[in-house]
Design a protein around this ligand. Structure first.
Ligand code: HEM
Length: 529
């Protein structure tokens, strides 16, 4: 079976089962209609034998930086080009919505920032984004350190009981750590998942699992009437959702009932370090008054819980995976930690000196971007700009076109990175000039003065770890600091090795890239400290 083109002549903004069926028919009858856009031809087995983004990469090298892919009832335009990505994400951002992603996430996140319609998004983004200001992040640096300390203590205890070396699935440990951090940082709730199990934690993992399953399932069967009652996994999903919603509703109620003018003053003066509860929920309730809509607040919190948990855990997982294969770089990181921290704790200030660690975090995000694809749907017909390779004039696309922006392809593009598949944190220290590609400004750190971490502005959209434009991640600095601190605290105390060979670590994807059966590592106390 070959992937075929699909007619996208008919404007449509919402895909439903009927659209899918009629699309399939036109797919079989017609040829490609989106100008002369190359059409990926691949065996359908490519889609199932390995993660989709691997096949998208091979097709990118074969068909260029903008091509069309159709499989089954669906067709997508796949973009691996910084100029086109910049156009869709920033220059013409409001002509696109989240398309199929919003359909998948809306039942979980409601009107939270990720799936929200444009009007709701505009209003909530204005309210939420200021919550992530520098005083909040400073308070969070302490929280990240406290939570990472719990993980270190847990490993210490296991080492006391288990001899000189212990074997651990670090992916699941990072997942617990990230869950505790997001709970405390966003709504001041201690999941305590590093040390305990609870029904709320189980419900969170159940919901994440379902979100993941939905993001890889192409037909939204959960929208079929009665499915939520008849399909057992949908019943379980509904009951998990209820457990979390009840928990969040309780927290919101409590935050409203305990609102104190003295705290509001501290918040206004950004005196976060003297607040008992510095969470984002406190900010949203205290600064906006108690009349803020509970349902909307719950959607906001749920969105941040899901958006900020597995993503950060995945960054830590891949950073350790990469470092374990590069012992020299691991030692270099540990030398930096020893020089900056000694045996002390990480702080907001010390982050500024942990430069190599910060670059390890961003290089891990370059090689394993979370998520590997950004999803959009055009709200009206549009003309994409010409890219850098083979499509200088650009392409017309009709309204309703589903677009995959492959961050994975951009981050491993041989056209923009030297040795793109190699782990080389030092690469960000070298100023790389534009390669003379029309419309692409190239790498230039001076475009983002004072930035602690390389970002999409420096790389002019060839590097997109947190997306770009108005819908860029609101939690980017939170996540980067959290990852750097957790990594620093781990490597300060322990030497880490993979238990088996790197090839044993199988990779799967849903919303994030993660391992199939965990990142099993051997840990021992560092001998030279
Ligand atoms: C959006 C990545 C952590 C909250 C995004 C987007 C990316 C991203 C790529 C843009 C999606 C798109 O354009 O379709 C990441 C990564 C993280 C991380 C790699 C960790 C390493 C966090 C954290 C939070 C968060 C910790 C909250 C505390 C959000 C929200 C949005 C978002 C609310 C939607 C923004 C909007 O549409 O206005 N994230 N994120 N993320 N992220 Fe993150």
């Amino acid at each position: 079976i070959r992937c075929q083109s699909t007619s996208t002549d008919e404007p449509k903004t919402k895909m439903n089962l009927f659209d899918n069926a009629s699309n399939l028919l036109t797919n079989l009858l017609s040829g490609g209609k989106i100008g002369s856009m190359p059409i990926a031809e691949g065996a359908v087995s490519d889609l199932f034998d390995r993660p989709l983004f691997f096949s998208l990469y091979d097709w990118f090298l074969k068909y260029g930086s903008v091509y069309k892919l159709a499989f089954g009832p669906k067709a997508f335009v796949v973009v691996s080009d910084p100029i086109v990505a910049r156009y869709i994400l920033r220059e013409n951002a409001f002509s696109y919505d989240k398309g199929v992603l919003a359909e998948i996430l809306e039942p979980i996140m409601g009107k939270g920032l990720i799936p929200a319609d444009l009007d709701t998004w505009k209003q909530r983004r204005r309210v939420i984004a200021p919550g992530f200001h520098s005083s909040y992040l400073e308070a969070m640096a302490k929280l990240f350190t406290d939570c990472a300390d719990r993980t270190v203590l847990k490993f210490d205890k296991l080492l006391e009981q288990g001899g000189k070396t212990i074997e651990l699935d670090l992916e699941s440990e990072f997942s617990n750590l990230a869950l505790d951090i997001i709970g405390l940082g966003v709504f001041n709730y201690d999941f305590g998942s590093i040390t305990t199990e609870s029904p709320v934690i189980k419900a969170v993992y159940g919901t994440l699992f379902e979100a993941e399953h939905r993001s890889t399932f192409y037909i939204p069967y959960w929208n079929i009437p009665l499915a939520r009652w008849l399909v057992p996994r949908q019943r379980k999903f509904q009951s998990d959702l209820k457990v979390i919603n009840d928990c969040l509703d309780g927290l919101i109620r409590n935050a409203k009932e305990t609102r104190q003018e003295a705290d509001v003053e501290k918040l206004q003066q950004r005196d976060y370090l003297n607040l008992k509860d510095a969470s984002l929920l406190r900010f949203l309730v205290d600064m906006r008054g108690v009349d803020v809509d509970d349902r909307q607040l719950r959607d906001d919190l749920m969105t941040m819980l899901i958006a900020g948990h597995e993503t950060t855990a995945a960054v830590l997982t891949w950073a350790v995976f990469l470092l374990a294969q590069h012992p020299v770089k691991m030692k270099k990181a540990q030398s930096e930690i020893d020089a900056v921290l000694g045996q002390g704790r990480t702080t907001y200030e010390s982050l500024k000196k942990l430069e190599y660690l910060r670059l390890i975090v961003v290089e891990s995000l370059r090689l394993y971007p979370q998520p590997p694809l950004l999803i959009r749907r055009s709200l009206k017909s549009d003309k994409l700009p010409g890219g850098y390779n083979g499509d200088k004039d650009g392409y017309e696309i009709p309204a309703g076109t589903d677009v995959f922006l492959s961050v994975y392809n951009l981050h491993r593009s041989p056209y923009f990175w030297d040795k793109p598949n190699e782990f080389e944190p030092e690469r960000f220290l070298v100023k790389k000039e534009s390669q003379g590609i029309e419309g692409w400004a190239g790498f230039d750190p001076s475009r983002s003065p004072g930035a602690l971490y390389p970002n999409e502005i420096i790389a002019d959209f060839a590097f997109l770890p947190f997306g770009g434009g108005p819908r860029k991640c609101v939690g980017d600095q939170f996540a980067l600091m959290e990852s750097t601190i957790a990594l620093a605290m781990l490597l300060q105390k322990f030497d880490v090795e993979l238990r088996g060979s790197p090839e044993d670590v199988e990779l799967v994807t849903g919303a994030t890239i993660h391992t199939k059966s965990g990142l099993w590592c051997k840990l021992k106390k560092r001998s030279n400290v």
